[in-house]
Design a protein around this ligand. Structure first.
Ligand SMILES: Nc1ncnc2c1ncn2[C@@H]1O[C@H](COP(=O)(O)OP(=O)(O)O)[C@@H](O)[C@H]1O
Ligand SMILES: [Mg+2]
Length: 248
């Protein structure tokens, strides 16, 4: 479904790579959590997956298509929620959602049904008539989440999606991730919230200094961890303190 092959990104030819030789395969229907400290390379990786940034080296395949060679095929297959969504401020919420549905060629009955369902789920129904510039950060985030689902993607990519969401919205998002994965959609998201990753993800990848330090189910990582490391948080802290070799 999603495959990264030896992906490296250098923002500057002379600088240390932001992402280095990243190899990763995520299967259909999997919920994959991408975790790592600030500056580890999560957003850079996600921007390369979505075609917003070009890898310096390596390839990224989405549903068997190369994001650089077949960008439209790839872009019609995934939904993307960026880390800080910038939405046309003068549009109303409903105008924005209809615009996204037009871009993806979503028919009128599907779009109506999905907008109603997701607007209700994220408690947006009452504000869809208002301009986006009147929205709080959390409301913009929720609008971007609803917009990313309008075309029923087979890969759902979210960059730190819990940030700025209240507990109700965060709960709704986690439920929807499970629902999407149950329907065969692949969910790939980055997060700092390790408890969420531990509970929600089929597998996690821990990225540090642009390199994957560990990948696997939480149970697999626990079985490789030092004695006393009993949670994903313990494992994460251990890796940050230089115990990464145990996992590769
Ligand atoms: N546009 C950019 N130009 C130069 N360096 C960048 C740019 N964006 C990110 N970086 C650098 O790349 C590294 C990875 O950043 P990023 O992918 O944003 O990490 P994360 O999302 O894990 O916090 C950091 O060292 C960051 O400073
Ligand atoms: Mg980031």
């Amino acid at each position: 479904m999603l495959e990264l092959v030896s992906v490296t990104k250098r923002y500057d030819i002379r600088s240390v790579p932001a992402v280095f030789d990243l190899n990763l395969k995520v299967d259909s229907g999997e919920i994959f959590g991408f975790i790592g400290p600030n500056g580890a390379g999560k957003t850079t990786t996600i921007k390369m997956m979505t075609g917003l940034l070009e890898p310096t080296e390596g390839n990224i395949m989405i549903c068997g298509n190369d994001i650089r060679r077949e960008p439209l095929k790839c872009k019609s297959a995934f939904g993307y929620v960026p880390d800080s969504p910038e939405i046309y401020e003068r549009l109303t919420g409903i105008e924005y959602l209809n615009f996204i549905a037009d871009v993806f060629g979503v028919g009128s009955s599907d779009r109506k049904q999905r907008i109603e369902k997701y607007a209700e789920m994220f408690e947006m129904t009452g504000v869809l008539g208002s301009q986006v510039r009147s929205y709080s950060k959390g409301m913009k985030q929720k609008l971007a989440i609803v917009g990313s689902l309008i075309h029923s993607p087979s890969l759902w990519i979210l960059d730190e999606p819990m940030m700025g969401l209240d507990p109700m919205a965060s709960h709704a998002l986690k439920e929807e991730m499970r629902e999407q994965s149950g329907n065969g959609c692949t969910v790939f998201f980055s997060t700092h919230v390790l408890e969420v990753a531990e509970k929600l993800c089929d597998r996690v990848g821990i990225i540090q200094n642009g390199m994957l330090a560990a990948v696997g189910t939480v149970d697999e990582l626990k079985s490789k961890a030092s004695a006393g490391e009993s949670s994903l948080e313990d494992i994460f802290i251990g890796i940050m303190h230089g115990e990464g070799n145990a996992y590769v």
